[in-house]
Write a protein that binds this ligand. Structure first.
Ligand code: ASP
Ligand code: MG
Length: 407
């Protein structure tokens, strides 16, 4: 089999971790597999490199930032190759330049365009274990780029797709994908399977197990993806097109506290008002999440929306500066809110989900401020102080109950 294994920063944080991972890699190689390994920078290296840069120049160009950040992954691959060498196995480490990982030019947030895999394939033919830097690419100027924080997952999936790997294993410090963050929801359990679409919603909601673009890519190229622990031998979670075994109504509850709500009150009730507001925000590169428009008094309306907390002041500023042309009466903001979302492919075909959800929040006496729905997701905005309680209640109602009936 051709196997791509990706290890995150915490799995290669120090010499002991590196040796443990080296053993996992060589065990798989000994079984006769072709093994391609993708690594992140060790531990907090990327954060530390960013701090160093900020000390020198807080306005450092993105090109130079990428030049610096890419070194973290280069350290990991060399150290891993040395550990494997010491164990007596043939191994070679390669960076993005050496294995032709071509990306777009956008420094700090580049996307992989193509990988020409001859070098990697030759190394595999020569019986080498191949260790590749995650997170980095090269652009058309032959400059180093990085793929955005957490981007090593995407490197691994892209390589697996391009090499036609039999499996892409993402090793991390948790043993799989959970129904909720176990630090928040006490009854959270590990899932054996999850669909690409569900995983994508969860990844986008900030459940930090996988980089969301890695899931997009896995879906597009139908990569056989598994999330598993680098420490225990537990089975992990399989991410695939159609998870048949556990057809759960809801299989993820996520809490996002990086949310602020802005309400623009007393807008004229006429066409184009929403367009003006959101185009101003978009020009300021502020992304908006939940949106509600409500009817106000005598020919006016209110529009509320959420943004991330660090964008709140900027959003208030842009809109206030344009108060005259937008013609609103008042603008308010609230940063003590949080978003609680449920995700599940089963929702699309089951009509009872919304009512169960509101029953759960009602039973807890939690007031819901905003609601948004999609095929396989419902998000609620609640007061931040209620968010964890809401998540637990919702998790119990949907998931804990569901699992009970399966036993
Ligand atoms: N080292 C990079 C980061 O910390 C990429 C990754 O770990 O996936 O974001
Ligand atoms: Mg990661």
């Amino acid at each position: 089999m051709l196997i791509v294994k990706k290890f995150g920063g915490s799995s290669v944080a120090d010499a002991t971790c590196i040796r443990r991972v080296a053993k996992t890699i060589t065990d798989s190689y000994k079984e006769g597999n072709k093994v391609v390994v993708v690594l992140s920078a060790q531990g907090d290296t990327t954060d530390e490199l960013i701090e160093k840069a900020m000390e020198i120049n807080p306005e450092a160009s993105k090109r130079e930032m990428d030049m610096l950040l890419a070194t973290g992954e280069q350290q990991s691959v060399a150290l891993m190759a040395m550990a494997i060498e010491a164990m007596g196995y043939p191994v070679i480490s390669l960076n993005a330049f050496q294995c032709n990982i071509y990306s777009t030019s956008t420094y700090s947030n580049a996307r992989i365009k193509d990988i020409s895999t001859e070098r990697i394939e030759n190394e595999l033919e020569n019986k080498n274990i191949v260790i590749i830097t995650g997170f980095q690419g090269i652009n058309r100027h032959l400059d180093v780029t990085t793929l955005g924080r957490g981007g090593s997952d995407t490197s691994a999936v892209a390589l697996a797709a391009k090499l036609n790997a039999d499996i892409c294993e993402i090793y991390t410090d948790v043993d799989g994908v959970y129904t909720a963050d176990p630090r928040v929801v006490k009854n959270a359990v590990k899932l054996n399977e999850i669909t690409y679409d569900e995983m994508l919603e969860l990844a986008t909601l900030g459940a930090k197990v996988l980089h969301n673009r890695s899931v997009e890519l896995a879906k597009k190229y139908n990569v056989n993806l598994v999330v598993r622990s680098s420490i225990t031998n537990a089975e992990g979670t399989v991410v695939k097109e159609d998870a048949k075994v556990e057809k759960m109504l809801v299989n993820g509850v996520a809490v996002d506290k990086d949310v602020a709500r802005i309400a623009v009150i007393g807008l004229k009730d006429e066409p184009g008002v929403a367009f003006k507001i959101f185009s101003l925000l978009s020009k300021a590169k502020i992304s908006v999440d939940l949106i509600i428009q409500s009817i106000g008094r005598s020919d006016t309306k209110d529009i509320s929306f959420t943004v991330s907390r660090n964008a709140c002041n900027d959003a208030l500023k842009v809109l206030t500066e344009n108060k005259a042309s937008l013609g609103f009466e008042d603008i308010t903001s609230n940063t003590e809110v949080a978003k609680v979302s449920i995700v599940g492919a089963g929702m699309a075909t089951n009509p009872g989900v919304a009512s169960m959800l509101f029953e759960a929040t009602y039973d807890e006496g939690i007031n819901v401020k905003m609601i948004s729905t999609s095929e396989i997701k419902i998000s609620l905005l609640v007061n931040e102080k209620d968010a964890d309680r809401a998540a637990n209640a919702i998790h119990d109602k949907f998931i804990t109950e569901d699992l009970k009936t399966r036993r």
